[in-house]
Design a protein around this ligand. Structure first.
Ligand code: COI
Length: 355
């Protein structure tokens, strides 16, 4: 399929100070759009000037949340080349989300090509300062004008781009996380393994309450027993206890993070003992009491590797590594971002060239 390109005649000014990009505050000059109509399939792929999308007020995505999204990044290398990090895994996961939300599958190879084309068109928006990248947000939503509940027959697949710095204001400094025992994010059989807006909508109240208490994000526990650790607001989570790294297994209600799987592969390649299994908050608290909780960190495309310096569970405050980033978290951050920014060889074959 041929992607038509209409370039803007009024390019925007780019953010002047790359050290103040924050996350998701700026958008580039162009976006990718493609339509799905029952009977026609996915059609009319196009790159057009970034701008508002007109929707019928009855559009189904506005009422019933039939929407999925992804997050990946493009990185400018020191020699000027541009690389995408594991776009194949993001588009495979998008189709997993699509399936759960009754959205017709996209052609993953074509989606990678569309992403590359869009990034090429807006390549001069890719920031170059240390710790920055171009965040890529593909998403699909149902636009049928129908307030009956059924799967949409008309959808839009869009991709927008945003030059970003660190997701958390803390940067690589450890974040404080509130262990959430009241609200739940997802249950097995629900949509927790997908990237859909509803999972994030259900997190907002807990997030707002945690922020009032001075915490950056919440750590979700399972929805049934409120014991088993699931994930943190925008990232998967890892614990280093007594020399061993433990991360919750993917059992249906947790997002299968691309950064999570990359961390696991890197740790395995270093021979670090690692277990993907059920882990309770009680086990973590007991390890903290016994002095064997060495490090906690989150992983995500937006969050990259984010060390956790404090966990609060009810009245219990667990300080981790004296609130400092741990040696393994730092080493993993350096290895992962080294591959992404082309500073160390990509022996895993994870990066895709844009040329
Ligand atoms: C990502 O890490 O790409 C995410 O999707 C997190 C996002 C909700 C900010």
């Amino acid at each position: 399929m041929n992607i038509s390109i209409t370039r803007t005649t009024t390019p925007k000014a780019k953010p002047a100070d790359q050290s103040k990009l924050g996350f998701g505050l700026y958008y580039t000059d162009h976006m990718f759009l493609m339509n799905y109509d029952e009977g026609l399939g996915w059609h009319d792929p196009r790159i057009v000037p970034y701008g508002p999308i007109s929707l019928d007020p009855a559009a189904m995505c506005l009422h019933y949340g039939q929407e999925v999204f992804e997050g990946l990044k493009a990185y400018r290398q020191e020699n000027g080349d541009i690389k995408l990090f594991r776009p194949d895994r993001n588009y495979a996961r998008l189709n997993l989300s699509n399936d759960r939300l009754c959205i017709p599958p996209i052609d993953e190879a074509f989606a990678i090509e569309a992403t590359k084309e869009l990034v090429k068109v807006d390549a001069d928006w890719i920031p170059t300062a240390e710790g920055t990248s171009l965040y890529i947000r593909p998403y699909i939503f149902a636009v049928d004008a129908h307030v009956g509940v059924h799967p949409g027959k008309h959808l839009i697949f869009a991709i927008i781009l945003s030059p970003v710095g660190a997701y958390y204001p803390e940067g690589l400094n450890p974040v404080k996380i509130y262990v959430e025992s009241n609200y739940v994010r997802a249950v097995k059989g629900g949509m927790g393994f997908t990237k859909t807006g509803g999972n994030y909508a259900s997190s907002l109240k807990a997030q707002a309450e945690a922020e009032k208490l001075g915490y950056t994000q919440v750590l979700w526990l399972d929805g049934v027993e409120r014991r088993y650790i699931e994930e943190v607001g925008t990232m998967n989570v890892f614990f280093k206890i007594g020399g061993k790294v433990i991360t919750p297994a993917l059992q249906g209600s947790i997002l299968g993070g691309v950064t999570r799987m990359s961390c696991i592969d890197i740790l395995n390649s270093w021979g670090v003992p690692l277990e993907e299994r059920a882990i309770t908050i009680q086990e973590v608290a007991a390890a903290a009491d016994a002095g064997t909780l060495e490090e906690v960190f989150g992983s995500g495309t937006a969050a990259v590797i984010s060390p956790v310096g404090e966990l609060r569970w009810g009245d219990k405050v667990i300080r981790i590594n004296n609130g400092q980033i741990g040696a393994l978290s730092q080493k993993l951050y350096d290895a992962l971002t080294g591959i992404q920014w082309g500073k160390i060889p990509d022996t895993f074959g994870w990066t895709f060239d844009i040329n």
